[in-house]
Design a protein around this ligand. Structure first.
Ligand code: HPA
Length: 279
């Protein structure tokens, strides 16, 4: 698969384009934090003061997304008064079979000066986190055999994943959760290719192998962010139990129904986390 991470000119065009829009804002805007919203979490943007919204299709070099619940835009916002770039919509591996689809986006964030990436997703629960609850990701297992770094030719591609999700960030998010009486589960996220949901046998297998939640995203962006030396925090919104764990037919509609139920909790967690990051 083509990997244009090493084409700085394309990334520079995206960076310049977004900086051009930033310069039109009434007050200077520099964000050191960005957040990618998972399926059904679009309502989180309603809690932010949106200063500008830029469609992915208007940004040179940005990919387009076609999944319902992912509109595909960059929002320059203030959340709880703090600058936050929100990416409303991500490209998944299953759309084109390309794990590096988000590479231009993450490289652009780096070019804009982002140091911290907050990832959110919708996920199936493999243990006791119930639909509507939030699980903080402490580690992942990549069950896809894919990497967004295929084709990258520099030595930075051998990126250490031993601390994929920052321990200090996890501590801070737990503190915010405790302070606000939010139950925050913690666990290991399994990345499966999708777009089909798992079989009950697959769910049993990945449970045995140490996964606590399962989904079709987040891991490629984690790898890309670590490649660019950004720190990462990630939250899974539990929208269902894994296949075979309860008698319901899994569907994207169920994901879109349950994810918004956790949006208010995500907003509280992120607002408190931003207070810490912008001290
Ligand atoms: N499996 C994979 N991805 C998902 C699920 C699931 O059960 N729920 C939400 N996204």
């Amino acid at each position: 698969m083509a990997n244009n991470m090493n084409e700085p000119s394309t990334v520079q065009k995206s960076v310049d384009f977004i900086k051009g829009i930033q310069s039109l804002l009434p007050k200077p805007f520099t964000a050191k934090v960005a957040m990618i919203l998972g399926s059904g979490l679009g309502t989180v943007t309603e809690q932010a003061e949106v200063l500008a919204e830029i469609s992915y299709s208007d940004i040179p070099g940005f990919p387009e997304t076609g999944v319902a619940g992912h509109s595909g835009s960059v929002l320059l916002t203030l959340m709880n008064g703090h600058p936050l770039i929100i990416l409303n919509g991500r490209i998944h591996f299953y759309e084109q079979g390309d794990a590096s689809a988000m590479a231009p986006v993450i490289a652009t964030l780096k070019g804009l000066g982002v140091e911290t990436l907050i990832l959110t997703n919708a996920a199936g629960s493999l243990l006791n986190a119930a639909p509507g609850s939030v699980m903080m990701i402490k580690d992942y297992i990549n069950f896809t055999g894919q990497s967004p770094l295929f084709g990258v030719a520099d030595n930075n591609r051998f990126v250490s994943m031993s601390k994929a999700y920052d321990a200090q960030y996890r501590y801070q998010l737990r503190q915010v959760a405790e302070k606000n009486n939010i139950h925050l589960a913690q666990g290991v996220y399994a990345w499966m290719v999708g777009p089909q949901f798992e079989t009950p046998a697959e769910i049993r297998a990945i449970r045995m192998m140490g996964a606590d939640a399962v989904g079709m995203s987040t891991v490629p962006e984690t790898i890309l962010a670590r490649y660019h030396d950004m720190k990462v925090a990630a939250l899974s919104i539990i929208t269902n139990y894994g296949a075979g764990m309860e008698d319901v037919r899994l569907s994207h509609e169920q994901t879109l129904e349950y994810a918004p139920k956790a949006a208010a909790k995500v907003h509280v967690l992120i607002s408190g986390f931003l207070d810490y990051l912008y001290i």
